[in-house]
Structures are given as structure tokens and as C-alpha cells.
Write a protein that binds this ligand. Sequence first.
Ligand code: NDP
Ligand code: A1CAB
Length: 284
Amino acid sequence: MSVDGRLPRIAFIGSGVMAEAMIRGLLRDNLIDPQDIIASGPRPERGQELRSRYGVRATVHNPEAAAEAEIVVLSVKPQVIPRVLPELRGHIRPQALVFSIAAGVRIATLREGLGVSAIIRAMPNTPAQIGQGVTVWTATEEVTPRQREQAILLMRAMGEEVYVDDERYLDMATALTGTGPAYVFLFMEAMVDAGVHLGFSRRVAEQLVYQTVIGSALYARQSGLHLAALRNQVTSPGGTTAEALYHLEKGGFRTVISRAIWAAYVRSRQLGRGAADEVERLER
Ligand SMILES: NC(=O)C1=CN([C@@H]2O[C@H](COP(=O)(O)OP(=O)(O)OC[C@H]3O[C@@H](n4cnc5c(N)ncnc54)[C@H](OP(=O)(O)O)[C@@H]3O)[C@@H](O)[C@H]2O)C=CC1
Ligand SMILES: O=C(O)[C@@H]1CCC=N1
């Protein structure tokens, strides 16, 4: 942190959805001067968009952006990582922190490809857009206490942060929380459609479903009760809930969710292996 408790210069390598969520959070929490944020990406028009929206600096030259920063955020797609690493190698400052949010991409791959060792691998999620996300993260031994504090500030600007001491949890988090909002949105969409099927207007169905989901999540967290106990509270003998739950279970609801999350976990590991193999191939 700088002397006034704000963050040092940050470069975003890849300036898409997640980079923008972080930028918005950092500026909302007044953690950094916009001119200390450098957004890098291949399309100048995207840079211009971020420049005019947030007052940040923008470039199409990844190495230039990285060379100026104390924190280098890797926010490109995992498939792009193998191309970006050789470009950045030698341009990251020796005392800088690398903060990667790329799904699946392992710390060993980043260490090998960049030749640096102060690395945080993190998995945020899109509710970060409104500061309501959750980020699971781990750090290499070389990350200093000061860099950890800086990273925590960066992550808290997106919502909650949960530290894990083993990188294996990052692929699990990718499946559960990184990807999680998509499951919830699909579930909500299905509920809204069902509401329309029943006869509600879409607008009213959306209002009812949003508040049901928000209220249920807040109640579950605040009550501290087991989810099964909460479900039982809703389920009157011979009533409507029992009828609906019977059909959900018969349709394999839990198994489908479990299989989907397991498949996302396997995919995260595949992406990691793919990136590692590609980095090795490019180095040969
Ligand atoms: N979306 C999500 O819910 C989450 C995503 N992640 C991870 O975050 C990372 C970014 O995802 P997200 O923001 O959704 O993706 P986006 O596609 O929105 O952002 C990626 C950005 O990288 C840019 N880019 C492409 N090639 C390069 C390059 N060679 N150098 C610099 N920038 C480049 C793209 O530019 P252009 O558009 O011009 O191609 C794009 O703006 C991914 O690794 C993903 O796994 C992590 C948690 C949640
Ligand atoms: O779909 C993906 O690969 C990214 C990672 C987590 C959420 N979105």
C-alpha cells in the first residue's frame, strides 16, 4: 500500500468483464487513483470505453502495462494465457505481485512462464460487479505480508474473500462459486418461465422470483439452520411443497446439480493442463 493506505499501480492484462468488475470496485471504494490503473487489451475501442467510463489509462501493449505496475492482474481467458506469458516475461518488476484469476491455470505454469514467484491465484465471481461476489484465493510463499494485504483490499472491493492453503481448492471453487452464478441464474430463469406459464406477467414473475431467492439466501445465512431444516419448514404434510419436491427429486435435481458441478471441476483441471502443455510447447 502507498502511504495513505491506497493501492499501488495496477495493470490489468485483459480488460473484459471481470477486469471491469475489479476496476469498478477499486474506484467505488476509493482504493486507488484511476490514473494508477492501466487496462491492457487488444482492442483500442475497449480501452477507450474504459478510459471514458472510469478515467483509467489504457493500452494495447501488455508488456508496457505490466512494466509500470506493482500488481499485475492476469484477467485474460485461460486459453490466451500461454500467448501472454512469453510476452510479459522479463517485463514484470522484480518486486511486483502477479494476481491471476484465469480459470484452471496453475501457479506452476505462471511461475514457469513468467519467471516470477510472488503469485496469487484467485477465483472471483460475477456478483463482484456490485461488490457482492466471493473470491477464493491462495498465495505462494514469496508473496509478502504487504502484498497479501493489498490483494485482500483488491478482493474485498469485489465482495467476500476466502483464503485456502492448497491450490487444489481453486479448481473446486471454480466449479462451485466461479461458475455458480450461472446455475443460480438458470434456476431463476426456469422459475420465472414457470411463473409465466402459470399466468403471471413476466415483470411480476421476475419480481416474485428475485425476492424469493434473495430472501431465502439471506434467511438461510442469518438463521444458521441446516438447509434441510429450512426446507422442512416450508413442507406441509400433504401440501404443495411436498408435491413439488417429489417431482424435483424424481427428475434427479440433486444428481444433475452434483454432476454439473463435478463436470465444471474436471473442466477447470483440463484447462489447467491445457495451458501447462501449451506453455511447455511454446518454450520448446
Ligand atoms: N466471467 C466469469 O464469471 C469469471 C471469469 N474468470 C476468469 O477471468 C478471466 C477473464 O474472464 P472474463 O473477464 O469473463 O473474460 P472476457 O472475455 O470478458 O475478458 C477477457 C479480455 O481479454 C482480452 N484479451 C484477449 N486476448 C488478449 C491478449 N492477448 N492480451 C490482453 N488481453 C486480451 C479480451 O479482449 P477481446 O474482447 O478484444 O478479445 C477481453 O477483453 C478468465 O480467465 C476467466 O476464466 C474468473 C471468475 C469468474
Ligand atoms: O466459464 C468459465 O470458464 C469462467 C470461469 C468461472 C466462470 N466463468
